[in-house]
Design a protein around this ligand. Structure first.
Ligand code: HEM
Length: 408
């Protein structure tokens, strides 16, 4: 194990620990990151128990540079803290892969997620949104997460994968249990391991079915793909299904919930309604910047690297706090203001470099269609309480958001 790092452990605010998920759930992380950006842009955080600590980068420019430098900073040793989560989810997920395997593996699906391919699915998103909004209007008062934001992304993405929509609830449960440390969602590592096993068994059966009778879906594409001059084995397929299942719903769920929350809190609905398609487009980018549904990704230095006058040693972990980059006052004018028309807005909400989010267009399109429908149908959303936040330093999640929806 790497010892306590090559930097002094006492060079930053010491009354917090970035592993403490309450910091994020209580919305105190913004203050901590502001101080780190100012005083300790390369901050050493001790690890949990006897596990090694990690470096933290909090400024936009540093995070963008490291995310784009796949030679000196690799993903192969896992991308989440604490590291056991990444290990549990397996090194063969594409966000945990490096060259030479990462590129070919990613390219198997790039055409599926290209803007043109994604736009063809807008009709499906409209259908799903219409049905969910009809149901919501019947209810009047309800939990936005339960009724809309946890279902919309999955009801769109399940058929893309090849999973029948009746099984979308299974995907939701496996996502929550395997990727969250929040005790409300997962009872711990055993629950997570069991969820993974169930997910793998489910997809193994589905893969077998599609090998015999391929259709137009992601499972069929992957089972027919070749990698390292051979068909993809189930050992490679399962982790791919895993990352897609989680990334395809948890993140967009939180983007939808978080954006509905901020629009209500800042009284921005009238402006969004009147602003037209261009304001919705820039507004969605601002929602991603603001919410930063993926809070961090981790890299490992492959060689000694000088940063801020210190040495990050080969093998040491470096955490990229995207949520902090997105509030960096060096990059964004008035970053604490939520501006629907913010331009330019080169946020890092989808990351940067070779691991840039594969599903970014899909997430944007789903969000766009959702808001287009709300506006077109003159549906009004009123917050009935504060968002109940997920205990996590990886996903900026919202577990419950009480709302009232009315039409006209
Ligand atoms: C990677 C954010 C939605 C699939 C990532 C990364 C971020 C991110 C920050 C890591 C980038 C890096 O390390 O530089 C988001 C956000 C989303 C979203 C904020 C929604 C608001 C989606 C969706 C899918 C998806 C809908 C798929 C259906 C992926 C995959 C990767 C990834 C496969 C790994 C790419 C690689 O390592 O090459 N995403 N994501 N994401 N995302 Fe997303």
């Amino acid at each position: 194990p790497v010892p306590h790092g090559s930097g002094a452990p006492d060079d930053g605010p010491d009354e917090f620990d970035l592993l403490d998920t309450r910091l994020f759930a209580d919305d105190r992380d913004g203050d901590v990151f502001r101080r780190l950006r100012e005083d300790s842009p390369l901050f050493w955080n001790p690890g949990p128990g006897d596990e090694a600590g990690f470096w933290s980068l909090t400024r936009y420019a540093d995070i963008e540079a490291v995310a784009k430098d796949a030679t000196r900073f690799g993903n192969g040793e896992g991308t989440q803290i604490p590291s056991r989560r990444a290990e549990g989810n397996g090194p063969r997920q594409i966000h945990n892969m490096d060259a030479p395997d990462h590129g070919p593996m990613r390219r198997l699906l790039t055409s599926t997620f290209m803007p043109r391919a994604v736009e063809k699915l807008a009709g499906r998103v409209e259908e799903v949104t219409t049905a969910l909004l009809d149901e919501a209007l019947e209810l009047g008062e309800f939990d936005f997460v339960k009724v809309i934001s946890s279902r919309l992304p999955l009801l769109v993405f399940a058929p893309m994968l090849g999973v029948p929509t009746e099984d979308a609830d299974l995907l939701l449960r496996w996502t929550n249990e395997s990727s969250s440390e929040d005790p409300e969602y997962s009872a711990g590592p055993e629950t997570a391991a069991k969820a993974r096993e169930e997910l793998f068994a489910y997809y193994a059966a589905l893969s077998e079915e599609r090998r015999g009778c391929p259709r137009e879906d992601i499972v069929s594409t992957l089972v027919q793909s070749r990698f390292r001059d051979a068909p993809l084995t189930q050992d490679w397929l399962n982790p791919y299904y895993m990352v897609l299942t989680v990334a395809g719903n948890e993140t967009t769920r939180n983007l939808l919930s978080g954006s509905v929350a901020v629009l209500g809190q800042r009284d921005l609905w009238p402006r969004l309604r009147e602003g037209g398609p261009e304001l919705l487009r820039t507004g969605i980018e601002e929602m991603v910047r603001w919410m930063s549904p993926v809070v961090h990704m981790r890299r490992t230095a492959t060689t000694d690297v000088e940063l801020h006058g210190r040495t990050v040693k080969a093998g040491e972990k470096v955490v990229l706090w995207f949520s902090s980059a997105n509030r960096d006052e060096r990059q964004f004018e008035a970053p604490e203001e939520f501006r629907l028309d913010r331009t330019p807005n080169r946020h890092l909400g989808f990351g940067a470099g070779p691991h840039f989010c594969l599903g970014a267009h899909l997430a944007r399109m789903e969000t766009r269609v959702f808001y287009e429908q709300l506006i077109a149908r003159d549906i009004h959303v009123e917050l009935l309480g504060e968002p109940d936040r997920l205990l996590s330093n990886w996903f900026r999640g919202i577990k419950r958001l009480p709302v009232r929806m009315t039409q006209g």
